[in-house]
Design a protein around this ligand. Structure first.
Ligand SMILES: [Zn+2]
Length: 232
């Protein structure tokens, strides 16, 4: 019996990479989704190819270098594109993971302006709303030395915005996307230190110029953390 095992991780990092779309040469960032694929026969008496924790153990020293970093400054990572990062990871993982088959690197977002409508969620007290993602870099230089968010890093941001008239709101989201996507958020006028909270307030102000029935803005920086703002 031969199988492939896939273990997925995310690192929050900045880069400039002309290979990364039409605006790739601008300072920006992503939540980089890293899929580590190992393959081989199931011969262990435990009934598995390899313990998933062995993959995590092999990845950990590399994760520590990449997470909340600027990929353009990582030693040995000459091309900080998705493909270049996959090749760097392959080289770093292979000595500890001889069963390694492939490393895939993608961004956690849609990769384009593609809003989706979300239904009302009574359990979470969320109204009908639109959701899209953008890719950006940021730093929080006012934080103390040693805090991971102090230096340049990046995220795939998922934004949700709600209003009574979603069609009208939809018409104003592209301008918002273009103001934020593939940018260094600290340089976008009026954002400053781009915490999720400040970004929520900035997006609220941006949309409120045209939308008078805005009722919610949600900013999700990582898979597991989001900020909800209802305008007061
Ligand atoms: Zn990129």
């Amino acid at each position: 019996m031969n199988v492939e095992l896939v273990k997925e991780y995310y690192v929050e990092a900045a880069h400039c990479a002309p290979e990364c779309g039409v605006n790739g040469a601008r300072q920006h960032g992503h939540s980089f989704r890293i899929e580590i694929v190992v393959a081989g026969p199931v011969e262990s008496p435990y009934g598995w190819l390899i313990d998933f924790s062995e993959i995590t153990g092999a990845f950990e020293p590399l994760r520590r270098q990449l997470d909340h970093s600027d990929l353009n400054k990582i030693p040995g990572l000459e091309t900080p594109s998705f493909e270049g990062l996959a090749a760097w990871l392959d080289k770093g993982l292979r000595p500890a993971l001889p069963m390694l088959k492939e490393v895939r690197v993608t961004a956690a977002g849609a990769g384009d302006f593609a809003p989706q409508e979300l239904d009302e969620d009574l359990f979470r007290n969320l109204p009908r709303r639109l959701r899209f993602s953008f890719e950006a870099a940021q730093s929080l230089p006012h934080l103390p030395d040693g805090h991971p968010c102090r230096g340049l890093h990046g995220h795939t941001y998922h934004v949700e915005a709600g209003a009574m008239d979603l069609m009208r709101l939809w018409g104003h989201l592209r301008g918002l996307y273009e103001a934020l996507d593939h940018r260094y958020l600290n340089e976008v006028a009026g954002i400053g230190a781009a915490t999720s909270e400040r970004l929520c307030a900035w997006i609220w102000d941006f949309l409120s110029r045209s939308i008078d029935d805005l009722n919610i803005v949600v900013v999700q920086e990582t898979n597991s953390a989001r900020c909800i703002y209802r305008g007061k």
